[in-house]
Design a protein around this ligand. Structure first.
Ligand SMILES: [Fe+2]
Ligand SMILES: [Fe+2]
Length: 266
């Protein structure tokens, strides 16, 4: 009995250290934009022509490579049939002006920051929870948020834009917030996730209205994200989420407003 206590204490320290190293590694991957998506980018199904700073470029990639299958067509092979519905292809004839491209860059940077925050929140919530089932739920949601991060980063590159300079700050703040939410109990923790996703879905609807009509590729990404976020909300609600008190919901909205306003520019 006298030797068991130091052994258990040592195991706890190792477990904490392991957890800290895992989270440090994860945050570096996310902030360095080297994480990998588990699903194809929804924008791959849209024309590439409307992506650069006011200049329409031919979609050479789309005609030679299938982004979803990874297969490359030989010169002898017939060109693949267009996979898009007619209305989307028709919009490729529109030419975005410099103001449209600047606006798309700002909006997509805001969305990228939102995903940095979501990623950090869920990792923090997972670390702080004691229920293995809830932890698995947060980690799964975080994985899907990585897909969103990667897609948005790819889109920002196409638009010759950049991610927010304040991303390390957003990540650290959100991770701490997620951890704090987890300390308030399982139902609050899940409620925080449900409310986050509810607000994100409303935000995405707003951005879908604000996006320039010509930016079909960004639109495809936001539409898929909206579906995923609504599913995250439902999952949290079905897993025992409680509705958060009004002041907490209002504070979350206020913080989100600060983030979205800042990230559009910085
Ligand atoms: Fe997301
Ligand atoms: Fe989500």
């Amino acid at each position: 009995m006298t030797t068991a206590r130091p052994y258990v204490s040592s195991l706890r320290r190792m477990s904490l250290l392991d957890s800290l190293l895992t989270e440090a590694n994860r945050s570096l991957q996310v902030l360095a934009n080297v994480a990998h998506a588990s699903r194809p980018n929804p924008a791959d199904a849209a024309p590439r022509a409307l992506t650069y700073s006011g200049t329409t470029k031919p979609d050479t990639t789309a005609s030679n490579t299938s982004a979803t299958s990874g297969m490359v067509n030989t010169p002898e092979a017939p060109p693949p049939a267009p996979a898009l519905p007619a209305p989307v292809m028709a919009s490729a004839s529109a030419e975005p002006g410099p103001a449209d491209v600047r606006h798309s860059r700002g909006l997509m940077r805001v969305n990228h920051v939102g995903e940095i925050c979501a990623q950090a929140l869920y990792r923090g919530q997972a670390v702080g929870t004691i229920d293995p089932r809830t932890r698995a739920l947060f980690l799964k949601a975080a994985e899907e948020e990585v897909d969103h991060l990667v897609w948005l980063n790819q889109r920002l590159r196409e638009l010759e834009g950049r991610t927010s300079l304040l991303n390390p700050l957003w990540y650290a703040g959100s991770f701490f917030l997620g951890w704090a939410a987890s300390r308030a109990g399982e139902s609050f923790n899940l409620g925080f996730m449900a409310e986050t996703e509810k607000q994100v879905t409303a935000h995405l609807e707003n951005h879908l209205r604000k996006l320039p009509a010509s930016d079909v590729r960004s639109r495809r990404i936001l539409e898929q994200m909206k579906i995923d976020e609504a599913n995250h909300q439902k999952t949290a609600e079905h897993s025992g989420a409680t509705e958060l008190p009004l002041p907490v919901r209002a504070a979350m909205r206020a913080m989100s407003k600060v983030m979205t306003t800042t990230a559009y520019w910085i």
